[in-house]
Write a protein that binds this ligand. Structure first.
Ligand code: C2E
Ligand code: MG
Ligand code: MG
Ligand code: MG
Length: 284
């Protein structure tokens, strides 16, 4: 058992590693039951039209209502779910829940400012055979129109396996669904490639937005991307806006949409209804 001089170090770190491993195994084992039990539900975060201040859309963000540990965000389980493949079933349940909730908002108030719901799709889920048909079925089941749905995918997915992925992206867009590149700027797509990509929206990663007030370089960078996107007919959503100065700077650049704690954290559906109503009341 004794391993010599390094034994002390080994023993000091080993329990932590062991604990983390056990926790991952526990999560992995619990995922199936959680899926069966319908413990995954989306919260929704407003996406705001920076020109009018109206809530134009909402992003569905999955939460695990863990019976023992309470409400868990993606940080606690998304990696394990990706590895085990459970993300495919979780993603579909989020898509269905998001679409049926959004249909309810549209039905309850046909003149709502809400135009779309944005749903995250992992690379693994997107590459599942039959994904496009599953989306079509989910829309039909919810009674939702394809124009109401925006699918968020990652830059790396669009770059990898380009042929099959681009075919599927084109099929989805032909149905009327829009596609966003999430966390744009954290991957490796060259700006010239952007022109050809079958996508509609760029979501500018929070790391770009964080420093636009303090760094001229970051400001210029975001300004340039916003202008380029406009010229390519792509909409832009700035992620992670936390203060009014950032919002104003982005609005001045002509960035059309923003999302962040300044407007609202992710909330349950009832609070979205209230926020949408509240913003409208403020304007009139
Ligand atoms: P994301 O899609 O980039 O979503 C934005 C994340 O930033 C959310 O974290 C949101 O709560 C957080 N956020 C929004 N505004 C602010 C802000 O002003 N400040 C800060 N500090 N954070 C802000 P969340 O909900 O923990 O989700 C984390 C990630 O998990 C998401 O990043 C997305 O990649 C993934 N995810 C969430 N739901 C799903 C899902 O249903 N399916 C898949 N495949 N992935 C999901
Ligand atoms: Mg997202
Ligand atoms: Mg994002
Ligand atoms: Mg992000």
């Amino acid at each position: 058992q004794a391993k010599g001089g390094d034994k002390g170090t080994w023993q000091r770190y080993q329990p932590e590693l062991h604990g983390a491993m056990v926790q991952r195994l526990e999560i992995r084992a619990a995922l199936h039951e959680a899926i069966e039990g319908g413990q995954f539900r989306p919260m929704f975060q407003p996406i705001v039209d920076l020109h009018t201040g109206l809530i134009a859309g909402v992003e569905a963000l999955v939460r695990w209502e863990h019976p023992a540990r309470g409400l868990l965000g993606p940080f606690h389980f998304i990696e394990v779910a990706e590895e085990s493949g459970a993300i495919v079933a979780i993603g579909m349940s989020v898509l269905r829940a998001a679409l049926s909730q959004f249909t309810r908002w549209k039905t309850d108030d046909p003149s709502t400012s809400l135009r779309y719901v944005s749903v995250n799709v992992s690379a693994r889920q997107f590459r599942t055979p039959g994904f496009v048909d599953q989306v079509r079925e989910a829309l039909a089941e919810a009674g939702a129109r394809p124009e109401w749905l925006l699918l968020e995918i990652t830059e790396s997915l669009v770059l990898r396996d380009a042929d099959q992925v681009w075919d599927d992206l084109r099929a989805l867009r032909a149905m009327g669904i829009r596609i966003a590149i999430d966390d744009f700027g954290t991957g490796y797509s060259s700006l010239s490639y952007l022109r050809q990509m079958p996508v509609d929206v760029l979501k500018l990663d929070k790391s770009f937005i964080d420093d636009i007030l303090s760094s001229d370089q970051q400001h210029t960078m975001v300004d340039t991307i916003v202008t380029l996107a406009r010229n390519l007919d792509l909409a832009v959503v700035a992620e992670g806006i936390e203060d009014a100065g950032q919002r104003d700077a982005l609005a001045r650049m002509g960035c059309p949409y923003g999302q962040g704690y300044l407007f609202s954290k992710p909330v349950w559906p009832g609070e979205i209804t209230e926020l949408v109503r509240g913003v409208l009341t403020d304007i009139h």
